[in-house]
Design a protein around this ligand. Structure first.
Ligand SMILES: Cc1cc2nc3c(=O)[nH]c(=O)nc-3n(C[C@H](O)[C@H](O)[C@H](O)COP(=O)(O)O)c2cc1C
Length: 220
């Protein structure tokens, strides 16, 4: 029997600022024992080299070895797909993974997905996720947004995609850049239904405190 694989997630890194979000997400997915299919745009390589110490190789096999080593992935756990690898599972609804995240998502890729361009494997995989009504999470980063960006985001939301902007909150009193990154990555993992300890759920501490008080006064 053919079915989607809930233990598999595809992640596309595209050329918006905030490559750190995508790299941290990959790390968390590897730690959560997921099989991860990774797609990397050319612009993502440039952004990664500009804002991190990660030098993502352009050739898929080399990128796979590089990412697997840096993220501590098991053999075969993390696969990097080529930009025109049309025979990859993500390119068809018959064997696509159960969820796809584009993180960060450039406005260029956002536009291509909203219009169904499918000119590379990232765009095609997102198109497949939409047509198959599968989970598609887009993490755009731009400021300010133009009407074009907003229209694309509305359209994609209406088609079932989740727009999860790279806009971290500050109510957890972040001390380090990593705290801001984890705020967003925790939201993505929550969407994927993957348990995480990066950020407590809103109200959870309050609920736990109430529980302790009730347990401390069992007869009342
Ligand atoms: C250092 C750097 C930062 C960039 N930041 C953004 C950004 O925050 N948002 C965005 O939409 N594009 C950004 N761009 C522009 C995109 O990389 C560019 O539009 C590219 O064509 C996107 O291609 P892709 O969608 O195939 O990755 C940035 C480019 C560079 C080099």
């Amino acid at each position: 029997m053919w079915q989607t694989n809930p233990g598999r997630v595809s992640v596309a890194l595209t050329g918006a600022s905030g490559l750190q979000y995508g790299l941290r997400l990959l790390h968390c997915l590897v730690q959560a024992d997921k099989q991860v299919l990774v797609m990397i745009s050319k612009a993502a390589q440039v952004v990664a080299a500009t804002e991190t110490d990660w030098q993502l190789p352009g050739q898929p096999q080399a990128a796979e070895e590089y990412l697997s080593a840096r993220l501590g992935a098991k053999p075969g756990q993390l696969r990097v797909l080529g930009r025109e690898q049309w025979l990859a599972p993500v390119a068809s609804g018959s064997s696509a993974p159960s969820a796809m995240v584009v993180c960060p998502c450039s406005t260029g890729t956002l536009s291509a997905i909203a219009t169904g361009a499918s000119n590379n494997l990232i765009e095609r995989a997102a198109d497949v996720a939409l047509k198959e009504r599968r989970q598609l999470i887009l993490v755009p980063r731009e400021s300010p947004y133009s009407a074009i960006h907003l229209e694309h985001m509305l359209k994609l939301t209406q088609m079932g995609a989740v727009i999860l902007p790279a806009s971290p909150g500050f109510y957890h009193r972040p001390q380090r850049i990593e705290d801001l990154i984890d705020f967003i990555v925790a939201r993505i993992l929550n969407q994927l239904g993957i348990s995480q300890e990066l950020m407590p759920a809103w109200g959870e501490a309050w609920l736990q405190q109430g529980l302790q008080e009730v347990q401390g006064h069992p007869q009342e």
